[in-house]
Design a protein around this ligand. Structure first.
Ligand SMILES: Nc1nc2c(c(=O)[nH]1)N[C@H]1C(S)=C(S)[C@@H](COP(=O)(O)O)O[C@H]1N2
Ligand SMILES: [Mo]
Length: 220
């Protein structure tokens, strides 16, 4: 990743090393098959608080300076500022969070712009199969377009009726409930549509290219 040198100078290298070690050891894998009708995926435990996970940097992005670019294999690339984003149809969704570090948090009420609406505007080329999310802290993560296009996926700017806080990725973060939460980029600034899957920050460090919690796709 082009950004790695810059980030790695600043991030908690120890955290990265620990997570990579877990990946190498297959830690937290239960080997138990899960029923998607069961709300808590295998190996997860429910928490009532909302843990913060980042690379040791929490970029301070105001709505004024925030931008979202949509690029790559799309018919209509866009570049939005806050006013453009706020003008789009807003939807509310309640969904659960499943973090690969084994905590899950139920019933999070989000407000934002549905990725389905964004897809209607940008019109991905038929060859586009994956979406790479890019963030202000240099973080990247890749998801299959089919997951990105689910009805419950939001470019979220509110949680429980309040603007998403800086530590949780405000002003705008992705929320993709059907994959582990590392697939939901905080401080989102760019979406890149690509034909071939491309590993993001954690994926190059041993995490799964897809990350389905119900089949425990923790490590890849
Ligand atoms: N930009 C950015 N997005 C990110 C991360 C990050 O470090 N930077 N961490 C990921 C991980 S590992 C998780 S579990 C969730 C954590 O979101 P939270 O801090 O709001 O709980 O954000 C994901 N998105
Ligand atoms: Mo995570």
């Amino acid at each position: 990743m082009a950004n790695d040198d810059g980030i790695l100078g600043q991030i908690k290298q120890k955290l990265v090393d620990t997570k990579r070690k877990w990946s190498d050891e297959g830690r937290l894998l239960t080997g138990v098959a899960a029923d998607p009708a069961v709300r808590l995926p295998p190996g997860q435990r429910e928490v009532k608080n909302w843990p913060v996970l980042d690379l040791g940097i929490q970029p301070d992005v105001s709505a004024k300076t925030w931008r979202l670019d949509v690029a790559g294999l799309v018919e209509n690339p866009i570049s939005w500022g806050w006013a453009d984003f706020a003008r789009q149809p807003q939807v509310d969704f309640v969904s659960d969070i499943h973090c690969v570090t084994a905590w899950s948090r139920f019933d999070n009420r989000w407000r934002g712009v549905a990725t389905r609406h964004l897809l209607d505007l940008v019109k991905p080329h038929p060859s586009a199969k994956y979406v790479v999310q890019h963030s202000y802290d240099g973080y990247t993560t890749n998801v299959p377009l089919a997951y990105f296009a689910d009805a419950d996926v939001l470019l979220a700017h509110e949680w429980e009726g309040q603007p998403i806080s800086r530590e949780h990725g405000g002003p705008v973060r992705l929320v993709l409930p059907k994959l582990y939460f590392w697939k939901s980029a905080k401080w989102l600034t760019k979406l890149e549509f690509v034909a071939e899957d491309r590993a993001g920050f954690w994926e190059v460090r041993g995490y799964h290219m897809r990350g389905d919690p119900w089949t425990e796709e923790r490590y890849g």
